[in-house]
Design a protein around this ligand. Structure first.
Ligand SMILES: Nc1ncnc2c1ncn2[C@@H]1O[C@H](COP(=O)(O)OP(=O)(O)OP(=O)(O)O)[C@@H](O)[C@H]1O
Length: 271
């Protein structure tokens, strides 16, 4: 049987991260650890600092203070102990970019930010594999089609450009493009935001299946508590740049302790 996530090794160690644009604007003194195979949901109302924190964690924006440490070989064969820990903003820009390309994945809210709209769906999926060194055209195409089926897209449209796809289809393609390389760590920013409710529900269902079957380690930002409930093992509630409460998802949503969390939860339950 699989170990519960909290007993597994730490993959990401976030230490006292601060990135402020002004008082209470951004994120302040954030500390947490993400374990391998765990989905951590960061929730809070608009402007609470979720996306700022995610950008810092995902290597896109340096913090004013604090460290983001990635334990690369957590739980696996450690071949190179020297490289077991990477301090995200102490390593060079080139190494950070390589990490993002080869070992991490990022799903943006808007698929346009994560896809190349003018090249084919197949090329979008194949590109990250090629960055990992795969060159065999037939295999890239086969993997592309297999992933299109996995995210419930018509594999016959592999040569079509994503700009000819609907918003929901584009988001599926972005997910396929991100997951095809089997990233060890995935960041998601409102992955179902901006879509129709019915499209959202199907996408969420698919995401949940993928997250479970691949045993993904995910940091998920969402303002939608239903999304958090369905995907996350653990939640971190943010308000005005600070964490006000953390805990197991069911505990937080069924028995919120902080006044702000109580308000968030009750605002969803009250019609
Ligand atoms: N690049 C920036 N320059 C100046 N202020 C910023 C910048 N990015 C974010 N902010 C401010 O920081 C605060 C937190 O924004 P952030 O986008 O992190 O919140 P959020 O919780 O993700 O909200 P939303 O769900 O609306 O995206 C907001 O007041 C925002 O205006």
């Amino acid at each position: 049987m699989k170990k519960p996530a909290l007993e597994r090794p730490v993959l990401l160690d976030v230490q006292d991260i601060t990135r402020l644009y002004g008082p209470a604007k951004g994120c302040e003194a954030i500390d947490f650890q993400l374990h391998a195979g765990e989905v951590l949901g960061i929730v809070g109302e608009s402007g609470s600092g979720k996306s700022t924190l995610l950008r810092v964690l995902a290597g896109l924006e340096a913090p004013d203070a604090g460290r983001v440490v990635y334990r690369r070989h957590a739980g696996e064969d450690v071949l190179d102990r020297d490289e077991a820990e990477l301090d995200l903003y102490a390593i060079g820009e080139a190494q950070r970019r390589a990490l993002l390309r080869l070992e991490w994945g990022l799903v943006h809210q808007n698929p346009r930010d994560g896809l190349r709209m003018g090249v084919s769906a197949g090329a979008n999926i194949g590109e990250r594999l090629m960055a990992q060194g795969q060159r065999h055209y037939g295999q890239l195409r086969e993997t592309g089609q297999a992933w299109m089926r996995q995210v419930e897209l018509d594999a016959g449209r592999i040569d079509d450009a994503p700009r000819t796809f609907s918003g929901g289809m584009q988001q599926r393609l972005q997910i396929a493009r991100t997951l095809v390389t089997r990233p060890r760590l995935v960041f998601m920013d409102e992955p179902t935001g901006g879509l129709d409710v019915s499209v959202q529900a199907r996408l969420l269902d698919m995401l949940r299946t993928l997250v479970r079957s691949l045993g993904l380690s995910v940091v998920l930002v969402t303002h939608d508590l239903a999304v958090a409930r369905l995907l996350a093992h653990r939640l971190m509630v943010m308000r005005r740049g600070q964490v006000v409460e953390t805990g197991l998802t069911d505990q937080i949503l069924d028995d919120p302790q902080h006044e702000y969390t109580q308000l968030l939860v009750s605002s969803v339950l009250t019609p």
